[in-house]
Design a protein around this ligand. Structure first.
Ligand SMILES: [Zn+2]
Ligand SMILES: [Zn+2]
Length: 421
């Protein structure tokens, strides 16, 4: 049994060290563009990450039931590339030498939903972003799609992970194990004081999920451009939790029944809800619900002004899939539909997006996909009344078509598979 009241921290040494790691992580992020500062900060963060479990193990005699739950964590750690890297790196830093850090500025070209090329070019980290964009405009990259310029630090021993992401991942593991230790003592929230960095509190994660502050900080290290010159901004509306949306929705739409099963099973329920909202408001925002099994792990509202911004919004959603360990997703959106003409079929790459066409029709779409390959898509065609009011038709099953917008999510799941996540 846990209690809501704040109680003394039962594993204060380990927990304080974890909070130190959180502060140090933000310091590491702040020094990203300074190679020496970055190395210095990484050299102090990594051993501290390692020390959290040592400090916890020191207390094992007094932690309830330790022998029953801790070994499972240790086993999982042994299989985790990241946790293995933390142990080895700590030894390298304290006994041998620095990690072999490589810094690069990576360029990604997102041509369209299905074609995305990572690392079309790599620039020295000291080159400014405008210089990089200038150089790319004079290269052979075709003038379509979206260019992402991303700064990256990697350790030679962990080439597939950027180091802020790697250390954020290690932090999540440790936060979860300390949550278990607190739970063993029946402590829901302990009394360790908040730190001066606003997000550094004693709160712990009950599941393996990365901190939103760390996610947000990492997204600051990349910039997006169209080849024709415009900067494309990520517009992310973070929705706190399902209950918040439900409360607001409940007041506006009366009795709305929020579907409570897994993502695929929830599609008809979400469609029913979306039709009510569409007919009430005349529009529907794009909203994504992320799941781990049947458990909701995240919600995101998405806005975009054009096709490039939309691709970007879905790439960013794919990053959220990784940091929340989502293995299922439901997306509700208003969409435009149009058939490709014979001429366009010939000219394949010049197919205009439906939203830019005059012969478009309007629909309300709910689609879902899971990491194990299941998917479902329902579409309700929308007719407009004389005053623009929306009338939603009976939903049609379009599952076989497979939505393009899910391509970034599928790529992410493949990538996670390769990295053992
Ligand atoms: Zn504590
Ligand atoms: Zn933080």
């Amino acid at each position: 049994m846990t209690s809501d009241a704040v109680q003394p921290c039962p594993v204060a040494d380990a927990h304080r060290r974890l909070m130190d790691c959180h502060t140090q992580w933000h310091t590491l992020h702040g020094s990203y563009l300074d190679p020496d500062e970055f190395r210095l900060n990484l050299n102090s963060l990594v051993p501290n990450l390692r020390n959290v479990t040592w400090l916890l193990q020191k207390q094992k005699a007094v932690i309830p039931d330790f022998a029953n739950w801790y070994p499972a964590f240790q086993d999982a750690c042994k299989k985790s590339e990241i946790m293995g890297w933390v142990v080895k790196s700590r030894n390298r830093i304290t006994k041998e030498a620095d990690l072999e850090l490589l810094s690069s500025c990576q360029v990604i070209w997102t041509k369209n939903w299905l074609e995305r090329v990572e690392g079309i070019a790599t620039f020295p980290p000291r080159m400014s972003t405008p210089e990089i964009v200038h150089s790319l405009r004079h290269s052979n990259t075709p003038p379509v799609g979206l260019i992402t310029v991303r700064r990256r630090w990697v350790d030679k021993a962990l080439p597939s992970w950027e180091l802020l992401a790697a250390t954020a991942e290690a932090y999540s593991w440790l936060s979860q194990i300390l949550w278990k230790a607190h739970e063993a003592f029946g402590v829901d929230r302990c009394d360790l004081a908040d730190r001066s960095v606003e997000c550094v509190t004693s709160a712990l994660c009950s599941t393996l999920i990365r901190l939103p502050c760390m996610d947000l900080a990492q997204s600051e290290l990349q910039a997006h451009f169209t080849m024709s010159g415009g900067v494309v901004n990520e517009q992310i509306e973070r929705l706190d939790s399902n209950p918040t949306i439900l409360k607001a929705a409940g007041e506006r739409y009366g009795e709305l029944e929020f579907p409570r099963s897994g993502p695929i099973e929830n599609v008809p329920g979400f469609m029913k809800m979306a039709r009510t909202m569409m007919e009430r408001d005349g529009y529907h925002h794009t909203i994504a619900f992320l799941y781990n099994g049947e458990r909701g792990v995240g919600t995101r509202g998405m806005q975009f002004e054009d096709q490039n911004a939309k691709m970007l919004a879905f790439e960013s959603l794919a990053d959220l899939v990784e940091s929340t360990r989502a293995d299922g997703i439901v997306i509700i959106s208003e969409s435009w539909f149009a058939a490709q003409t014979e001429k366009e079929k010939e000219l394949d790459t010049f197919f205009f997006p439906a939203r830019d066409r005059l012969d478009r029709t309007e629909g309300l779409t709910v689609h879902a996909a899971t990491r194990d390959g299941r998917q479902m898509e329902l579409v309700s065609m929308v007719q407009r009344g004389p005053n623009g009011e929306a009338i939603c038709g009976e939903p049609v099953d379009l599952t076989v078509m497979g939505a393009n917008t899910l391509a970034p999510i599928r790529r992410k799941w493949d990538d996670m598979q390769k990295r053992g996540l």
